[in-house]
Write a protein that binds this ligand. Structure first.
Ligand SMILES: [Mg+2]
Length: 212
């Protein structure tokens, strides 16, 4: 690892892990509804699935993690583990940043499932941060799917790649529709960072040639 590596802040759910696919299966069971009645064209918060009359999203989330091992059972998004391995070998420092601890009382379960899952798919990372304010972590580029995270990061001047899914189609690019496209964007941003020409750059506290 070089002394001043390019750091990529990587969100997990909806970017590396196929969160919505597995959660939809669990939600169908929890709601006792046929799977096909739950749309895949969801917005952030999953209002389309009619969770409110059953107690709301947080109750489903708790059930999914504690009783159905959601964070252990999800499939990776296609090509995510292999592209992250390639990027790591090319000198990108992978920093996982996830807000999976947003509910109280089962942090241990969430963390154990997360770390076991990452190992089981041989996903490389040097750092793992469980936190909400992703911009406070400090990375040279980010990849995320949650609209509000992307908006907040960009408002701080952080270069942020949108990883496409139904929840974020309204946002401007840079955008990756798959991990092949993400790989190209990350390599491009690393080159631009090295030459000091990366725009929308500069998480607070980071020094860089073109940081404000
Ligand atoms: Mg996400």
């Amino acid at each position: 690892m070089e002394e001043n590596p390019f750091i990529l802040g990587v969100d997990l759910d909806g970017v590396v892990a196929d969160f919505y696919k597995q959660l939809r299966i669990i939600a169908a069971e929890w709601l006792d509804k046929p799977l096909e009645t739950l749309t895949t064209k969801v917005t952030f918060g999953l209002d389309e699935w009619g969770l409110d009359e059953y107690g709301g999203y947080e109750k489903l989330h708790r059930f999914a993690i504690t009783e159905r091992n959601l964070f252990r059972k999800m499939e990776p998004i296609k090509d995510a583990p292999s592209v992250l391995r390639k990027l790591s070998l090319k000198g990108v420092r992978i920093r996982i940043i996830t807000h999976r601890l947003f509910l109280k009382y089962f942090h241990k379960t969430s963390i154990v499932q997360t770390v076991e899952w990452l190992d089981s798919y041989d996903i490389p990372y040097w750092d793992i941060c469980f936190m909400k304010d992703k911009g406070a972590v400090g990375a040279h580029a980010y990849i995320d799917d949650a609209p509000q995270n992307i908006i907040n990061l960009r408002a701080k001047g952080c270069y942020t790649i949108v990883f496409s899914n139904a929840t974020n189609l309204h946002l401007d690019g840079p955008r990756a529709n798959n991990w092949r496209e993400a790989e190209a964007l990350v390599m491009e941003s690393m080159d631009e960072w090295r030459t000091g020409s990366l725009t929308l750059f500069g998480a607070e506290g980071f020094s860089a040639p073109n940081a404000p």
